[in-house]
Design a protein around this ligand. Structure first.
Ligand SMILES: [Mg+2]
Length: 454
């Protein structure tokens, strides 16, 4: 959900000359909340907030909820104070993704020139579709009406000659609006917007500009390039800002589906600095992610560890592996290493330097496992200890009858020193073990069994 600054003043008729306006920016309105309202029509008109648990963060909010001052990345506890009567629902990413896929399949009937930037947002180059449709606004109108009719989700569309203006137009057309900016009005349009509307101008640089007396795009456009270099400290950034302030943008719409990722994350009951607690959660997340990859027949190349700190800021660190994987036995040790690397910690540290509120693991660089050769690198450091199967009762608590079964043959791959070479056979055994766990979980529930990974 976008928190980009908007301006009521630009939400007006800019003229009807559509010549060259072949870029559409399509953005679903309050997408997660709209998806929930679509399947629970009784929630329509109510403040709906996606995100539950007092320690979680708001993922999306309906416009009714935003009227209470609720926005994304706000702590759910804060949101509950602002709007106690709100309807708070858990995130159901699988459902939002499924809806998104159907919406983009519909848009693809107009043209295949779609650059999807997120689950609910895309640039579309409609140039080739104009033979049939004649006017970009006709396409935008049809998409808006059809998405609404079929999915009960509204979207806003910006129509312009380039991506920069199209995106700002859709942002300012929200909710459920459409805004055409004719070619001749690009500069005038963008210069009416707050400085923060320009790409690359965040709170810190806005503050730097303010100290120089620059608070609007129009004021920035009046600066010389050398003044801009002085303020930003970067020739490239200064040049880009000058072009943007004139409404110019050379970027092409590049057909693309976003790098999909599969991840799992959880908020702790209380902020923690305990490495073991965070590590346990990373292990659990790694198992969930690996199971999800296998269920979907995918392998991943990149592992990312994510932390959200007690001040709600967050950090991620990623590692791309030499070979694709779908096994928690590889994902978890990688995620754990990334945790240590991210916080510059020595391997024997037991306390994190900062309190952590949420931790998670995600994988990206996905491809179908059928068509991807799974040949684990021989030098991959899985763990010193061979993974063991640890079964726990369904309530997820450890118990005395915990079963520990050491993986047979794991010692064969051992080497002296802290790292251990993993043979293809080892990895294959682990994958088989994890697949067995998948079927146990399917029968007895998600929390029924876990890999004992270090
Ligand atoms: Mg959106």
């Amino acid at each position: 959900m976008s928190t980009s600054p908007r301006s009521q003043a630009v939400k007006r008729d800019w003229g009807h000359d559509e010549t060259g306006c072949t870029v559409l920016h399509i953005d679903m309105d309050a997408f997660y909340a709209s998806c929930e309202i679509a399947r629970h029509p009784e929630l329509k008109g109510k403040p709906v907030i996606i995100g539950t648990g007092n320690r979680a963060v708001v993922s999306a909010a309906s416009y009714e909820a935003r009227a209470y001052g609720i926005n994304s990345a706000m702590a759910v506890a804060t949101a509950r104070r602002k709007c106690p009567q709100g309807i708070y629902l858990p995130v159901d990413m699988a459902y939002y993704r499924a809806t998104s896929r159907k919406i983009f399949a519909l848009i693809a009937t107009v043209t295949d020139q779609i650059e999807q930037v997120s689950v609910d947002e895309a640039y579309v180059n409609v140039a080739s579709a104009l033979l049939l449709w004649h006017e970009p606004t006709a396409i935008a109108r049809w998409i808006r009406a059809t998405v609404h009719d079929r999915f009960n989700v509204t979207c806003s569309v910006g129509i312009a000659t380039n991506k920069l203006i199209a995106k700002l137009a859709s942002t300012n057309a929200k909710p459920d609006g459409m805004l055409l900016v004719p070619a001749s009005r690009n500069a005038e349009f963008i210069q009416m917007l707050p400085l923060r509307s320009l790409p690359g101008v965040g709170p810190a640089s806005a503050e730097r500009f303010r100290r120089w007396g620059v608070e609007t795009v129009a004021q920035l456009a009046d600066l010389s390039e050398s003044e801009l270099v002085q303020i930003t400290g970067s020739k490239i950034h200064a040049h880009d800002l000058l072009l943007a302030a004139q409404g110019r943008d050379e970027r092409k719409v590049t057909p693309h589906t976003p790098e999909k990722s599969i991840g799992a994350e959880r908020t702790f009951m209380a902020d923690t600095t305990d490495v073991q607690t965070v590590s346990n959660l990373l292990r659990r997340s790694s198992e969930e992610v690996a199971a999800s990859l296998r269920t979907r027949g995918l392998v991943a190349r990149t592992v990312t560890t994510k932390l959200r700190f007690d001040d709600l800021s967050y950090a991620t660190k990623a590692l791309t592996l030499t070979e694709p994987l779908d096994s928690a036995a590889v994902i978890f040790p990688t995620a754990r290493k990334l945790l240590f690397a991210m916080l510059h910690m020595a391997p024997d540290v037991t306390e994190l330097p900062r309190a952590v509120r949420l931790a998670g693991v995600s994988t990206s660089g996905l491809s179908p496992s059928k068509t991807t050769a799974l040949q684990p690198a021989l030098d991959f450091d899985v763990n010193d200890e061979a993974p063991a199967l640890t079964a726990t009762p369904d309530n997820g608590t450890a118990s005395a009858d915990t079963v520990r079964r050491r993986q047979e043959g794991s010692a064969k791959g051992s080497r002296t020193g802290s790292t251990r070479a993993t043979t293809t056979a080892d990895l294959e055994r682990l994958r088989t073990a994890e697949k067995t766990l998948d079927s146990i979980r399917t029968r007895y529930g998600k929390g029924s069994i876990h890999l004992g990974l270090g």
